[in-house]
Design a protein around this ligand. Sequence first.
Ligand SMILES: [Zn+2]
Length: 409
Amino acid sequence: MRPTTLLRRLLGIQQVRVLAAEFEEDKLVIDVAPSWSKGRCSCCGAKAPGHDRRERRWRHLDVGGVRCELRYSIRRVTCSKCGVKIEQVPWADPDSGFTHPFEELVALLSQKTDKTMVSNLLRIAWLTVGRVIERVVRRYGGDPQARLRGLRRIGIDELSYRKQHRYVTIVVDLDTHRVVWVAEGKDAAALDGFFEALGADGVAALEIASIDMSGAFKRALRQRAPHVRVVFDRFHVQGLVHDALDQIRRGMVAELREPDEKRALKGTRYALQRSPWRLDAVARRKLDELEKENQPLYRAYLMKEALAAIFDTASSESIHDDLMNWLTWVEAEGEPPLLRAAETIAEHFDGIVAYVAVGLTNAITEGLNRKARVVTSRSYGFRRLASFASMLLLCCGGITLPWPHVVPL
Ligand SMILES: [Zn+2]
């Protein structure tokens, strides 16, 4: 077998000719060309006369553990439809310095593992990964409209992206457990594009929307899809009470004068955040001390835990009365931050009861939420919002990627 034939079969890319190869320091550089001779427009694929050439390189999958680059003098072509464009090559997108198989491996690993692993294993900067993922989602994510087909029950949520309080709104299909839409912002306008893409029939088919209690999504739904039954999911409700408990603790710390007492109360944060059976011995002792010495804070902790227990055991028959009793308790004995949380819960009472009544399983919303949050923290370092949105679709949008196994051509 000729060495160039051997290399062509090792590359595993269709419609490529291998012309030569050489080692350049520690990497293998392979000279390639498209199997067709006339230039093609990278925009529309039509044949187009070419003019000047410029040498370019594309990073490919390692060959036998050795870094590998493809080299080709790419033409500029004049397309009768698109104007002057770069020519199409069969191994890469026009705006990429990586081959398709390499990009797919980047995306596949990004779905499954953390960013240190991806950048160390593939020896690329994490910053670059965002753009790669955008292209892979464009190739494999399918038609964005198709993702919206058949939507009945949706969850709408906001995620904060990067540390500077930038937000995206995500729409989740609660039946397929997939993220189907991502848009910038967290106000009602963030959903405009979603409703437009969905179209009148798609909107009419919607039945249930699970949202937070901030009001923005509720307003958007009332305007664009007033027939949809709005429910408020337990995680946002519990989050409200969780924050109120933390506010109470911080308020008490601020009022203390004695540094030792301040430190001791600050040290209860961990214990207060968790359920009693999830505490280690030290944290449990702190909680015991609170019970003896700080009844208001201990009671607030019990109120938080009681609410979680109500949702854990709720049925459509029990939720109404259980929640009502909880509110009565908080209104009688709760500290001001909890009173405010209770007020919000009372205002949204029907939608919270409906969340349990419509039988949305908690595991779906919680599981997806947790996954989306992991993806978000992994996406710190992407500069572009489009990269983050693509990462969400890649990891939570049900996209299946090919494994990088070469079938010799
Ligand atoms: Zn063209």
